[in-house]
Design a protein around this ligand. Structure first.
Ligand SMILES: NC(=O)C1=CN([C@@H]2O[C@H](COP(=O)(O)OP(=O)(O)OC[C@H]3O[C@@H](n4cnc5c(N)ncnc54)[C@H](O)[C@@H]3O)[C@@H](O)[C@H]2O)C=CC1
Ligand SMILES: O=C(O)C(=O)COP(=O)(O)O
Length: 530
């Protein structure tokens, strides 16, 4: 087996490289222009980066062997995640590895700005002693407005409260209870803008947060307000904030992140002591860099070994804990999806998934993804995986209807019933796990059966009458197809019935047509599971 190859395209702590080297050949090539990256990415199974690399759609399309993109940090806005998802590439990050570093940088920026430390430092180093020039402001008893009360915002709020600040927070996705726990008052953005003496941003850059601070919102603020942004460039309109500082409409700004990085020419660099700028240093502590490198390198290693990643941003709900608990049921859902996809045939319009018994009380999302992965595996083969199954199904116009019935108690762990409408009509299959975790197909097209799935299966729909089993047996025998097991499911004697045959060999071309010609057989289907 050839060794996997990982490209590291931004500076990463050595501890991460060492972890990757356990399973892969690691090439560290930082500062590559996009064209260069596009040229070489096809050779790699994994890409590890920070905010310096732009992973555009073009890069992803050229990354034909990529299985995983690992962001050694939080923000994935430099990665075209939808393009990666479509291509079945897992994108992972380190959601907590640099929380403290970023929070402490925001606090440092707030205090630096208040006490003009960067300029005072420069002045002393220039041989001056300007005590009157650098008179600052205290944060004690001032109001801090925290926009985004997630991991970083929460730590900033906690420390700021210990410094005697009053905290207002705006975050539409955080409960009042959580805000109260952190000693923050949840308010609307307008009130936060009007009342805060300091504003610190801790939101991702999204269409809702882009240009959140602009000339209009700046006009609502106190002239004494100081604004800190250690979240993402583009959340602040840089020209507008430079203008507001220059005109004395606000007291100052401390910015770590910019719409375009490196910053280059900007009106911000021309401003004086009330503007503090750092070159995206929020995550740059020794501790954070070790944390994120270990966190992401371990995930890349795991995915290259075929294991799940713990912080995938594009496989919601499928972390290793969930995977571990659900693994046998994921396999069941996938097998049933694969079977029903082949039975229904071709263009599937709708998949009904019913979770029965114990499973009706569980998170259904992973099982739905598993069923869709199985359903699409005939069409997409190894191209479909847990990352892109939902999006591929959606793009093919497959509607998914989910129902739950906890009253079905046939199997202790519960069962999964799938029904699909395709070019062969409507077909259904139900399955469960036995005590030892083995899969059993328990129902086919509403006929009760009890068979394990096997590599090659033949299903017939027929009239329950003497002679049919013998005829099928001799037909298959004449083609040298060995029958491993056979079972008939029927609701009433001599009524409609199904026959399930597990075969040791694939059915040769054309034999299905002959099966259907046998008197009493109304339909026949093959299913291949491998
Ligand atoms: N400067 C740097 O080097 C670093 C920057 N960051 C950035 O800091 C930001 C925050 O990171 P975390 O706290 O780890 O993320 P998080 O996901 O824990 O918190 C983000 C919070 O923003 C909230 N939010 C989302 N949309 C919002 C909206 N429209 N209005 C108000 N709140 C909204 C969410 O509910 C969530 O609570 C991210 O943009 C991340 O990329 C993170 C680490 C280092
Ligand atoms: O983690 C984040 O979101 C950051 O912004 C840190 O960026 P970096 O890894 O220092 O390039």
């Amino acid at each position: 087996m050839t060794m996997a190859k990982v490209l590291v395209s931004d500076p990463i702590d050595q501890v991460g490289i060492d972890i990757l080297s356990q399973v892969a050949q690691v090439d560290v090539k930082t500062g590559l222009p996009v064209e260069e990256l596009v040229k070489i990415i096809g050779e790699y199974d994994a890409l590890m980066l920070r905010s310096g690399t732009k992973v555009t759609q073009e890069v992803i399309e050229a990354g034909t062997h990529l299985k995983i993109i690992g962001r050694a940090g939080v923000g994935v806005d430099n990665i075209d995640v939808p393009a990666a998802t479509r291509q079945g590439i897992v994108v992972v990050n380190s959601p907590e590895g640099n929380t403290i570093a970023a929070a402490e940088h925001a606090l440092a920026m707030m205090l630096s700005l208040s006490r003009q430390i960067p300029d005072a430092n420069q002045s002393v180093k220039a041989g001056k002693w300007e005590r009157k020039r650098f008179v600052g402001a205290e944060v004690y008893k001032k109001t801090l407005g925290v926009v985004g009360l997630g991991k970083i915002g929460a730590h900033v709020a906690t420390v700021a409260r210990a410094m005697g600040m009053k905290i207002l927070a705006y975050d539409p996705f955080i409960s009042t209870e959580r805000a109260e726990q952190l000693g923050c008052r949840l308010v609307d953005l307008d009130l936060l803008f009007r009342e805060a003496d300091y504003i610190t941003l801790h939101v991702p850059k999204t269409p809702e947060t882009a240009n959140l601070i602009n000339s209009e919102t700046l006009a609502k603020m106190k002239p004494t307000v100081r604004i800190v942004n250690c979240a993402r460039g583009g959340i602040i309109d840089e020209a507008a904030i430079a203008e507001a500082v220059k005109a004395g409409k606000i007291a100052g700004a401390a910015l770590d992140v910019f719409a375009n990085e490196p910053l280059g020419e900007s009106p911000l660099t021309e401003l004086g002591t009330n503007v503090v700028l750092t070159p995206h240093l929020g995550a740059s502590t020794a501790e954070a860099q070790v944390n994120v490198a270990i966190d992401v390198a371990e995930q890349i290693r795991d995915v290259l070994l075929g294991l799940p990643a713990r912080s995938a941003v594009n496989i919601p709900g499928l972390n290793p804990d969930v995977m571990e608990k659900l693994r046998p049921y994921l396999q069941l859902a996938e097998t049933l999806g694969n079977m029903v996809g082949q039975l229904a045939g071709g263009r599937i319009e709708q998949l009904n998934i019913s979770l029965q018994g114990e499973l009706a009380t569980k998170d259904s999302q992973p099982l739905i993804v598993g069923a869709l992965k199985g359903l699409l595996s005939q069409a997409l083969r190894e191209r479909v995986n847990y990352v892109n199954a939902s999006i591929e199904a959606k793009e093919r116009g497959i509607r998914v209807i989910e129902t739950r019935d906890s009253s079905v108690k046939d199997y202790s762990g519960g069962s999964i019933h799938l029904e699909a409408q395709g070019s062969n009509g409507k077909h259904s299959v139900t399955g469960a796990l036995l005590g030892d975790g083995e899969i059993r197909i328990t129902d086919l097209d509403e006929f009760p059966i009890n068979v394990p799935p096997s590599g090659y299966m033949l299903f017939t729909l027929h009239q329950d009458m003497p002679g049919i089993i013998g005829k099928i047996g001799s037909l298959l025998g004449s083609y040298n197809v060995n029958i491993a097991s056979m079972q008939v499911g029927r609701k009433i004697v001599r009524g409609d019935a199904v026959m399930v045959l597990s075969l040791d060999d694939p059915l040769p071309e054309g034999i299905l047509g002959e099966v259907i010609k046998i008197a009493g057989i109304t339909d026949a289907y093959t299913v291949k599971l491998s």
